[in-house]
Design a protein around this ligand. Structure first.
Ligand SMILES: C[S@@+](CC[C@H](N)C(=O)[O-])C[C@H]1O[C@@H](n2cnc3c(N)ncnc32)[C@H](O)[C@@H]1O
Length: 310
C-alpha cells in the first residue's frame, strides 16, 4: 500500500458540523487512510472515542499503524458500513455523538495499481474494496448479459453510449477474456473513438466500481440506521463525490426532516403530521473552497451535507 500522505477532503467543514461535544463517541464510517479520523482526534479531548469502520482490510491495517498514538481512543471495525447498527450494538454503543461518511474510494486504493481502480495504468480489472469477497470487474465483464452491462454503464456511469460499448465488450469477450484495464480501454476506443475516450473510461470505471461494491445499496441501508444510533443533537455528516450518491443523501435527509407525510387514505384532506428524525444543517451542499480544489483536484466533485438528530 502507498503510504504517502493524502489530504482528506473538506476537513475543516466536516469537523465544524460533526463535533458538538469534545468528549463524545464518534464514528468514522469510511476510515480509509485515517485523514478525517486523525483530524477528529486532534480536535477532541483525550476522553473522546472514535469507532473506525472500513470494509478494506488493508485500510484498517495501515491506519491502525498510522494512528498508534491514539490507540486507546480508537476501535477499528473491518466491515461494510451497512452493518453499522449491529456492529455498534456488539460494542455496546448506542449513543453516538456524530457519524461521518466520506464516500467512494480512497487515494490509497486508487494509487495501488494492483487493486485495479484506475484506468491510467494497465492493471488487472479487480476494483473490489474488500478483496476477500465478491466478484471482480473482470468477472462482471465476462459473465453479465449484454443488456445488464449496458444498464450498469447507463445507470451508474451515466454513459450515453452504453449500449454500443456493451455490444463491443460481448463481441470481444467471446474471443478472449477481458482481464486488464488496457484491454478494456482498447475495446472502448474501438467502439466510440478517441474524442470522448477519457470521459467514457471514467464513467465505465465508476459504473463497474459501484456495481461490484454495491455502493448505493450499502449507502441507503446505512443511512436508514443512523437515526437509531445518534443521540438527540448528534450529527450526521456525509461527503459524496457523484450525483448518484448525493441524490440518495439529499432524498434521505429531505424525507428524514419532513414534518408531514402523505397518508394512505386517498380521501384525507391533509398530510399526516410526523416527528422528524433530522434537522438539515446545510440548505445547499457545502463544496470545497477554490484553494482546496486547486490544491487537491480529488476534492472538486465533493459535496458535504449535514444534519442534526432531533
Ligand atoms: C474516500 S475514502 C475515505 C478517506 C478517509 N476519509 C481519509 O481521510 O483517509 C472511502 C473509504 O470508504 C471505504 N468504504 C466505501 N464503501 C464502504 C462501505 N460500504 N462500508 C465500509 N467502508 C466503505 C473505502 O474502502 C475507502 O477506504
Amino acid at each position: 500500500m502507498n503510504t504517502a500522505y493524502h489530504e482528506p477532503v473538506l476537513v475543516r467543514e466536516a469537523l465544524e458540523y460533526l463535533i458538538t461535544v469534545n468528549d463524545g463517541v464518534y464514528v468514522d464510517a469510511t476510515t480509509g487512510g485515517g485523514g478525517h479520523t486523525k483530524a477528529m482526534l486532534e480536535h477532541l479531548s483525550k476522553s473522546a472515542h472514535v469507532v473506525c469502520f472500513d470494509r478494506d482490510a488493508d485500510a484498517i491495517a495501515e491506519t491502525t499503524q498510522r494512528l498508534q498514538l491514539w490507540k486507546s481512543q480508537l476501535t477499528f471495525v473491518q466491515d461494510v458500513f451497512s452493518r453499522i447498527r449491529d456492529r455498534l450494538e456488539e460494542l455496546s454503543i448506542d449513543n453516538v455523538t456524530g457519524i461521518l461518511f466520506d464516500l467512494g474510494v480512497s487515494s490509497f486504493q486508487i494509487n495501488n495499481v494492483d487493486r485495479g481502480f484506475t484506468y491510467q495504468q494497465d492493471a488487472k480489472l479487480d476494483m473490489r474494496m474488500d478483496v476477500r469477497s465478491g466478484i471482480t470487474a473482470a468477472d462482471v465483464l465476462q459473465t453479465y448479459e449484454e443488456n445488464e452491462l449496458a444498464d450498469i454503464f447507463y445507470r451508474y456511469g451515466e454513459e450515453r453510449r452504453a449500449r454500443r460499448i456493451a455490444r463491443r465488450i460481448v463481441e470481444e469477450r467471446s474471443k478472449r477474456a477481458i482481464t486488464t484495464s488496457g484491454e478494456l480501454t482498447k475495446i472502448i476506443r474501438d467502439s466510440i473513438g478517441e474524442k470522448y475516450l477519457t470521459k467514457s473510461m471514467a464513467r465505465i470505471f465508476q459504473a463497474l466500481r459501484i456495481e461490484i461494491n454495491a455502493e448505493l445499496q450499502h449507502l441507503s441501508k446505512a443511512l436508514s440506521q443512523t437515526p437509531d444510533i445518534l443521540h438527540k443533537g448528534g450529527r450526521l455528516v456525509i461527503i459524496s463525490y457523484h450525483s448518484l450518491e448525493d441524490r440518495i443523501v439529499k432524498f434521505f435527509l429531505k424525507e428524514g426532516s419532513a414534518t408531514h407525510k402523505k397518508t394512505d387514505d386517498p380521501f384525507a384532506r391533509h398530510d399526516r403530521e410526523v416527528e422528524p428524525a433530522f434537522k438539515i444543517l446545510t440548505k445547499k451542499p457545502v463544496q470545497p473552497a477554490p484553494e482546496e480544489q486547486k490544491r487537491n483536484p480529488r476534492s472538486r466533485s465533493a459535496k458535504l451535507r449535514a444534519a442534526e438528530r432531533c
